[in-house]
Design a protein around this ligand. Structure first.
Ligand code: AMP
Length: 189
């Protein structure tokens, strides 16, 4: 059973890598950004609430996000585990996640930490063309990452989670090989 969190700044390639890993290891891929984008497209209450926040590059409130993730993780599935992408993004989310994991009896949660330089992140986001990839929103998202999300890594460290630092620059497949090598090498069963 694999229980993975893919962590890193916006534009680091979390979504792309998570999708490939989920495919190769038969994992559920829970992307909070994707769940929100689907809600926006479907025009649900959640989508209406989230759209302006997302387009400005800020964070959707913790209570909403924690509820979404708790529900996703509690769903029974035939897969080999999950990869969580885009969550947690604040200390409050990280603390809540630890509680959800212990309630569900999930241990041995591994964190894949994707490292990419700021200039490259900005370049990648501006070439993606998502509605929240305008110059202002991209700037906000990087600032929010540094201020609210980066401290989550220290929390994981103190919490005793295994953290795998992976350089997220270069070819998608090479980066993926490195991730798979490190998580499978360190896998219990
Ligand atoms: P992403 O696809 O992960 O880049 O997420 C896109 C946007 O969705 C973010 O910029 C946030 O506005 C929102 N979002 C996604 N995940 C979270 C989260 N865990 N907490 C708060 N907002 C989130």
């Amino acid at each position: 059973m694999y229980r993975l969190i893919i962590f890193g700044p916006p534009g680091a390639g979390k979504g792309t890598q998570a999708e490939i890993i989920a495919d190769k290891l038969n994992l559920d891929h829970f992307s909070t950004g994707q769940i929100l984008r689907e809600a926006v497209t479907a025009g649900t209450d959640l989508g209406k609430k989230a759209k302006a926040i997302m387009d400005s590059g800020h964070l959707v409130p913790d209570e909403i996000m924690i509820g979404i993730v708790e529900q996703s993780l509690a769903e029974r599935s035939e897969s080999n585990g999950f990869i969580l992408d885009g969550f947690p993004r604040t200390l409050a989310q990280a603390i809540a996640l630890t509680g959800i994991f212990s309630k569900l009896g999930f241990d041995d949660v591994k964190v894949i930490n994707l490292i990419v330089k700021d200039e490259e992140l900005i370049e990648r986001m501006l070439s993606r063309g998502r509605s929240d990839d305008t110059e202002d929103a991209v700037k906000n998202r990087l600032a929010v990452y540094k201020e609210s999300t980066a401290p989550v890594l220290d929390y994981f460290r103190k919490n005793g989670n295994a953290i795998f630092d992976i350089t997220g620059a270069g070819e998608i497949n090479d980066i993926n090989d490195q991730i798979l090598k490190s998580i499978t090498l360190n896998h219990r069963s």
